[in-house]
Design a protein around this ligand. Sequence first.
Ligand code: GDD
Ligand code: MN
Length: 411
Amino acid sequence: MTYESTVPGELHDPALKAASSVPEPGAVTIVVPTFNESVNIRELLHRITESVPSRLPCEVVFVDDSTDDTPEVIRDAARDCPYPVTVLHRETPVGGLGGAVVEGIRAASSDWIVVMDGDLQHPPSLVPELVAAGEREHAGLVVASRYIKGGSRAGLAGGYRIAVSRGATLLTKTLFPRRLHGISDPMSGFFAIRRSAVTADVLKPLGYKILLEMAVRARPRHVTEVPFVFQDRFAGESKSTAQEGIRFLRHLAGLRTASPVARMVVFGLIGATGFLPNLAALWALTSVGMHYLPAEIVANQFGVAWNFLLIEHLCFRDRRQHRRWWDRSGRFALLANADLVLRIPLIALFVGQFGMSVLGATALALVTTFVLRFAGTEALVYLPRKGGRAGNTTAAETGRHAGSRTARRSS
Ligand code: GDD
Ligand code: MN
């Protein structure tokens, strides 16, 4: 951490350092995603007006997916604001909350962007401090954290949500120990980023966890944290649903398998679990009297099906749209069975031609066919086809999300 202030005398006095607030402030764009938050807008803008000092030029960009009158309320309340307020209303809420935030980041022109919720669970009074901390410590990303000294999750309603939040944080930190090093609260929806540190194009947000997306895919070099107290909602209800939890798990899987090496590891781990259904089917088939040789072949298909299902969902979720499912499963099964067929002549070759031991040859053949199968699966099952089938996940995403929206409205 480097403390290079514009005024050297301030270096040793923390109080002064805090008071120095924004040394040479760039402007700040506050991005607020909203979904039916009309009851909170006026108070939010009012508190932003109170909190952001005049020497920090600011603008507010709402990215709105509401089905109520939130956009009108924003336009109306904006008349009383001394800074520009923009509403980007999206007809198709691609990527949900995370997608909205990325749209806002694209639209922002300031040096700093602060992302915060529209329900006042994130105190606007902290906005200047987030930017100041970033300037002070030359950080690209400043996370408002509930989990460092001085922060708390007071507004997380109920033991259930606290437990879920804790579990999710732990799981996420375990999956990305290096990328999330120094980020105690990767689930936070409150943070500041330096314009120059984000490349919105690498982001593929899915649902709520936009900070996680940003930290993992576009990790800015210097990250710092500022404690904050997660408040109670000012009014209205949380938009988070159980479905959002499922989306989060899919988001995690997508992030974890983004690099080819990680994908190969997951592919291998899934492959190793395939012996379970394989053995179970073998046992069932032989116990109803099938000869063990055809039973082996049939049982292997159970392992293949199991692997296919897991690999589809955990490794290639966002690359399934290029082929239909029967096309993908057919190709996958062919590759998996070719693996078996290829292994024996390969072992014969290693032993006969290269004089390897049977064990060594078998191990080498296993590894070789595994790598071939992984490469084959990537290239022949999940690679986008030129001029191939139209359609993409985001569109599918939108459809699902719109569905959940209807459910929410009717509840
Ligand atoms: N544009 C848009 N589209 N905004 C959305 C959507 C959407 O689909 N869904 C929710 N929002 C907006 C809400 O209107 C609110 O301003 C903000 O996103 C947060 O939504 P809440 O429904 O209040 O979320 P929460 O309080 O359960 O979760 C918040 O706190 C969590 C920490 O526990 C979020 O900040 C999470 O990201 C955070 O992990
Ligand atoms: Mn909230």
